[in-house]
Write a protein that binds this ligand. Structure first.
Ligand code: ZN
Length: 163
């Protein structure tokens, strides 16, 4: 069996940036996703297609095929009072917000001054080249439920839920 649409694929992976810092990695038992359902970044999904269990790959994914390029227009300086909170606002804090076209986005505080705050709506990994070390652990057919939900239900594929 090889990786294709509507297969549930389990991989072990380590993701590093170009300085070699680990950004993310799979934990015990690996990470499962439904192939062809945009569960993972497009560049990685594409490169996994056609691979078999036991194969390993080392790939570098450009930002265009991962979390996109940085968009400076998403960086904004806003008055502090625009934040409806009594709590201290600190650099690195993240807020959930809605983009103008109604998509969920995460806003990161990048600078705090006396009366104003600089926020950045770019994905933290926007503009970052991603290096993946991947080993393919398992491939199976997705269940009908998984295909209609657009995600995997775990190793055995028999999880009941309302999603
Ligand atoms: Zn589901």
């Amino acid at each position: 069996m090889t990786i294709a649409e509507n297969k549930v694929v389990t991989i072990d992976y380590t993701l590093t940036d170009n300085s070699g810092d680990v950004i993310d990695q799979s934990v015990d038992g690996g990470f499962s996703y439904l192939h062809g359902a945009e569960n993972i970044i497009p560049g990685l999904e594409q490169r996994l297609a056609g691979k078999s269990v036991g194969e390993s790959l080392t790939v570098t994914i450009p930002p265009e095929e991962a979390y996109g390029l940085r968009d400076d227009a998403l960086k904004q300086v806003v008055p502090k009072e625009a934040f409806d909170t009594q709590d201290e606002i600190e650099v690195g804090q993240q807020f959930h917000a809605q983009s103008p076209d109604d998509k969920p986005m995460v806003i990161t505080v990048v600078a705090v001054e006396d009366t104003q705050i600089t926020i950045d709506g770019n994905h933290p990994l926007a503009g970052v080249e991603l290096n993946f070390e991947v080993k393919i652990i398992d491939i199976r057919d997705a269940s009908d439920d998984e295909i209609s939900h657009g995600h995997t239900h775990g190793a055995d594929g028999h999880v009941d839920h309302d999603a």
